[in-house]
Write a protein that binds this ligand. Structure first.
Ligand SMILES: Nc1ncnc2c1ncn2[C@@H]1O[C@H](COP(=O)(O)OP(=O)(O)OP(=O)(O)O)[C@@H](O)[C@H]1O
Length: 853
């Protein structure tokens, strides 16, 4: 019998077993049957010091009964005599040696402190151990019952000194742990123990409580299910059992039990995530792996916390942490160290300390104000953009003289893809600073900028603090993208004013992120912003920033950027080599792509198409076996990038109907031509001069339409006297003005003269030529006022092949400043008052107009 032979080979004095002395058996009980010195004693067994004592110990039957040690005060039922590997056994009264099953049963029948039942053809035995014993000699280690000589262990009495520890460790701790166990397992047994503990607690019961607890956590339900992994080792329980010193025993038990409940808690959580039962075989290995890592986690808890604190302190090495922040860090570290591993806030505190210690206190990069180098870097990164570059160099020059760029906020405004972000990156490179970009598009909540309070689950700092952490220096260039897209004031706060606080040099040295809750210095950060349009920008923000306009590119500029920047980069990214390459992208096809695939002002789509071509070329080269040169040209370009996506904005190729006029518009995507159509909206001639406008118009544009109508009515009555029908047309008809592509929102006053022209064309029944487009705000008295987006508007007209453009006189200087290639082939007309526009559009209708002074 394995178990018993192991017993025989062990130094028995060190092994304790429950001793069944319910009926008066004990080491002192001299009336017990005693078998004197047995010849069968194993020679290797360590003998007790006093041979006589040893000889006097009573002998007992040893019955291996269970998977776990039995404790006095507990009971167990045994349905068969088990063979166990462990040195776990119960000792029964000394009986004559029995060797067969029937012998055992007949012997058991004679044992008075065992209840026995017959279940079918099986015997059931209930055993009530009452004290512990130590085997000192195996007399007859033969299966299934053996005889041993054993000595009862008398439990140490609890002293006054131990009372305290017993109180706190056992009573308080057990209460708490029973409750935890109950919560986790919902096992009523734990609740019953708790109630029992509460109503019966007396210090004399301490031993009983310990036994009860150990029995309970080594019950088969924890052993036989997958939870075997978290079950406490029998050897651990045995260890507690063997410990004679009560204080030590309590401590050992404390450790085991805490470990058990912790594991149980984690397993409970894991159970929620995995359905272990569904595929137990398959997951067992995985579970073991998880368990191993958990075990490490448990055993190294203290070390781990200390390691973590070391890590926090390491984060602070070489930094000059302001006193107020150091104070918070120290307090938080102490809090962290005092927290139990499963404290609900431990993770929150750890994350907080991670952020707080990783910020770059007192660490700055050296500024470089070398103008020549800056110019070189800007030129290398970007073609053209001369104005922008000049402004940046001026900015760096001022920085050089003042030894600081503090307080300046540059904001690049222009359509998407024109290089606003990348020029920001070049500024950082020129100044030798780190570059970080944050996007604000659509952020409605101030928390995205200023962080979430730590009381929220999953709270993190805002984008600014996170950017600072990424930058690892206090003085990065921080580009805030799309400031115009920031959400409006709402119930979640006003992100605009949060941004104001961040950008304001007066306030940002004391910026408080809601998550960190300590003031952080942002004054060394160089903030850059980008925006597509300025209309939606917070006025106070606009005040703080210096606006630098970045315009869209013309065809020629795009060609230069394509050849000098985008194509070499795309070819390199695709792993191709332009020198000695056996592929060619013809000059003609490059123009064709710009013309037919990428008409917007920025470079985004051109970059996308050129990348796609390069990747397809790479594939062809790798795939093809012959070394023939691959040529990408106009004939095969669709194979690479599909059908052309450009469609003309022109609705009419020949003369349009009266009332249709081409305007020039400017929006966040650049310039575009804009048709304006007017038509009579009632068929009788009995209208009342009403006006209907459609086409997703904003308030300003609607007002502009009303002004145009009033002016057109006055114009007709003043100048078109000879044509009575036309003169009264707008008074006697209801008119509908529409701005096609109706789904695109439009706003602004710059369509004033175009709307007026459209109404007059309708009233006169005369078409406006299709090679002419116009832009200009109109006043009620016909003054033509300046507009924005001159370059974009001019470029959009060129793209559409429109050769005559009418602009307000006030914009003449802007046109004069445009590069010659943009103006090439265009005839510009500059007007001050509307009648001048009329004369250009309808030269054969004479009007009695004298230009006012
Ligand atoms: N003048 C230029 N010279 C070289 N490359 C350019 C130039 N302008 C734009 N690019 C390139 O075009 C791409 C798009 O530019 P970028 O992302 O900076 O545009 P953006 O104006 O910031 O756009 P968005 O407003 O959408 O953020 C980049 O790869 C950039 O390098």
């Amino acid at each position: 019998m394995k178990g018993l032979s192991r017993i025989a080979n062990k130094p028995f004095r060190q092994i304790h077993y429950p001793f069944f002395n319910k009926f008066g058996f004990s080491s002192q009980n001299k009336s017990s049957p005693v078998e004197q010195g047995d010849e069968a004693a194993q020679p290797e067994i360590e003998q007790p010091g006093d041979h006589k004592d040893f000889q006097l110990q009573p002998t007992f039957r040893l019955i291996p009964v269970s998977d776990h040690p039995l404790f006095p005060g507990s009971s167990t039922a045994v349905s068969e005599l088990k063979q166990t590997e462990m040195v776990v056994a119960s000792v029964v009264k000394n009986e004559s040696l029995l060797r067969t099953g029937s012998d055992i049963l007949s012997t058991l029948q004679e044992i008075p402190y065992c209840n026995q039942y017959i279940l079918g053809n099986k015997y059931m035995l209930t055993i009530f151990p009452s004290s512990k014993a130590k085997i000192i000699e195996a007399l007859d280690p033969v299966a299934p019952l053996c005889r041993v000589r054993a000595k009862e262990i008398v439990e140490e009495k609890i002293t006054e000194d131990q009372l305290d520890i017993a109180q706190s460790v056992v009573y308080k701790f057990l209460k708490q742990q029973y409750m935890r166990c109950y919560k986790i397992s919902q096992d009523q047994k734990f609740l019953a123990y708790l109630q029992f503990l509460e109503s019966n607690y007396r210090i004399e019961y301490v031993q009983d409580f310990i036994h009860m607890l150990l029995t309970c956590i080594s019950l088969p339900q924890y052993i036989n299910t997958y939870k075997f992994l978290i079950n406490i080792q029998r050897s651990q329980i045995q260890d507690v059992y063997e410990e004679e010193n009560l204080t030590q025993r309590l401590e050992k038990m404390n450790t085991i039990f805490t470990d058990f409940v912790n594991k149980l808690e984690i397993w409970n959580r894991l159970e929620e995530q995995y359905d272990f039962r569904s595929d137990q075989q398959k997951t067992q290995k995985k579970l073991e792996e998880i368990y191993e890592s958990l075990k490490k986690h448990f055993t190294n808890e203290k070390d781990e916390k200390q390691e973590q604190v070391k890590e926090f302190l390491k984060n602070l090495e070489g930094k000059t942490v302001p006193d107020h922040i150091m104070k918070v860090i120290t307090e938080e570290i102490n809090r962290f160290l005092s927290m139990e591993k499963h404290h609900s806030e431990i993770q929150v505190t750890r994350t907080y300390l991670e952020y707080l210690t990783k910020l770059p206190y007192g660490i700055s990069s050296q500024d470089n104000f070398d103008i020549k180098l800056a110019k070189k870097i800007l030129d290398e990164g970007h073609y053209g953009m001369d104005d922008v570059k000049r402004r940046i160099l001026e900015f760096i020059a001022v920085g050089k003289l003042k030894k600081s760029v503090h307080g300046k906020i540059l904001c690049f405004v222009g359509p998407p893809g024109v290089g606003k972000t990348s020029i920001g990156e070049s500024i950082a490179k020129s100044l030798g600073r780190k570059f970080v970009r944050i996007a604000l598009g659509g952020d409605r909540d101030t928390s995205t900028l200023k962080g979430f309070r730590r009381t929220y689950i999953g709270a993190i700092p805002g984008k600014i603090v996170r950017a600072l952490k990424t930058a690892e220096v206090e003085n990065p260039v921080l580009l805030i993208d799309e400031v115009d897209k920031i959400g409006q004031r709402s119930v979640h706060g006003d992100p605009g004013s949060a941004l104001l606080e961040i950008l304001d040099p007066e306030q940002n040295a004391q910026f408080t992120d809601d998550y960190l809750d300590v003031p952080i210095d942002l004054s060394k950060v160089l903030f850059l912003c980008t925006a597509n349009i300025l209309d939606t920008l917070h006025p106070a923000l606009l005040d703080r920033m210096e606006i630098i306009k970045v315009s869209g590119y013309t065809h020629n500029e795009k060609r230069h950027i394509l050849d000098g920047y985008l194509l070499p980069e795309a070819i390199e990214n695709a792993g191709l080599n332009i020198e000695g390459a056996n592929f060619k992208i013809t000059e003609e096809v490059k123009d064709y792509i710009i013309q037919n695939y990428s008409r917007e002002p920025g470079m985004r789509s051109l970059k996308k198409f050129i990348n796609r071509i390069s990747e397809k070329l790479a594939f062809q080269i790798v795939e093809s076996e012959n070394q023939q040169e691959i040529v990408v040209d106009v004939d095969n370009i669709e194979k690479y990038i599909g059908h052309p996506i450009y469609r003309s904005s022109k609705f009419y190729t020949t003369y349009p109907p009266p009332g249709v006029v081409i305007g020039l518009a400017y929006n966040e995507y650049g310039g575009a031509i804009l048709y304006i159509e007017s038509a009579q909206s009632t068929y009788s001639n009995e209208g009342k001069g009403g006006l209907k406008v459609t086409g997703s118009l904003g308030d300003v544009m609607k007002e502009s339409s009303t002004i145009a109508q009033t002016y057109a009515k006055n114009f007709l009555s003043k100048y078109i006297k000879q044509n009575e029908f036309a003169t009264k047309y707008l008074e006697t008809h209801d008119v509908h003005i529409h701005f096609p592509e109706g789904a695109i929102p439009k706003d602004g006053p710059s369509a004033g003269i175009t709307i007026t022209s459209s109404l007059l064309s309708l009233a006169l029944g005369k078409s406006v030529p299709q090679d002419i487009a116009m832009t200009g705000e109109i006043s009620l008295n016909g003054k033509v006022l300046a507009i924005g987006g001159v370059k974009e508007k001019t470029m959009s007209a060129t793209r559409e092949g429109i050769k005559k453009l009418i602009f307000p006189k006030a914009n003449q200087k802007d046109i004069n400043e445009l590069p010659a290639y943009i103006k090439e082939g265009i005839q510009f007309y500059f007007v001050d008052e509307y009648p001048e526009v009329f004369r250009i559009l309808f030269p054969d209708i004479s009007i009695d107009y004298q230009q006012s002074q």
